[in-house]
Design a binder for this molecule. Sequence first.
Ligand code: TA6
Length: 283
Amino acid sequence: MNTPCIETIEFHGLEALRLTGPRGASAIVSRLGGQVLSWVTADGREHLFLSEKAVFDGSLPIRGGVPVCFPQFAGQGDLPKHGLVRTRLWDVSARRSGDDYALATLTLEDDEASRALWPHPFKLELTLMLEADRLDLELCVINTGEAPFEFTGALHTYLRVVQVEDVTIDGLAGFEYRDAANGNQVQRETTEELMIEAETDRVYRNVDQPQVLRAGNLSLGIQIRDFPDVVVWNPWVEKCASLADMPADAWRHMLCVEAAVADSRIVLPAGEEWYGRQALVLA
Ligand code: TA6
């Protein structure tokens, strides 16, 4: 069995890192978008959805894995949908491994193109830490300018599932959500085990407990820290058909459970840092 290590690889023509963790776990992160594109646990199972029609030339965000959305979540502002950083080339700033982990950090700073749309100096650091049965993602936002700025954003995690109709998610009961698939109505979740039975696009607000996604013999814990919101998205049949980078049946094999700052904004003073985390843990 390989000992944990990190190698530079080519993945769908992209420069990427492969992290090999303990007991054969692995993850792949692409410099394009600073996007995690694969996470395989020690049992050999892939947990991230990556569309068979994903575009890897940077002309579109890559459909799948964990897109980083910053400094705007979805269409909630004047910037391009989900912000500015999904098609940028990130740098690798740290890579290290020990007996029971492999870790890498990718960074991105503002440039002329980002400042033309959003006039703020910033630095992002995405760190992934891989263990045998868990992947921890941390997004650090640094205000490198001399004035405060506000942002929203997300780790827009696409989970791979065999059949979304068989999935249940618990841990959301009692939380208020904004239903973006139903006129942005605000409701409170009453279901203990959420099932996906139609187009679903919900921002659960101020979620302070983990979720567990179950499907067949899969049980995956999902925990956020400092991201206030959990977004659950599945496009279902029609919306999926309208997405050129998704095969017609791909809605069935994915479910986004995102760590987000969607319905509030983070105000970051000059020189300060903000951290948000999402942990994915095989239970
Ligand atoms: O996070 C959910 C969402 O905002 C949905 O409304 C849906 O459109 C999705 O993100 C994907 O956005 P994209 O720009 O990647 O097509």
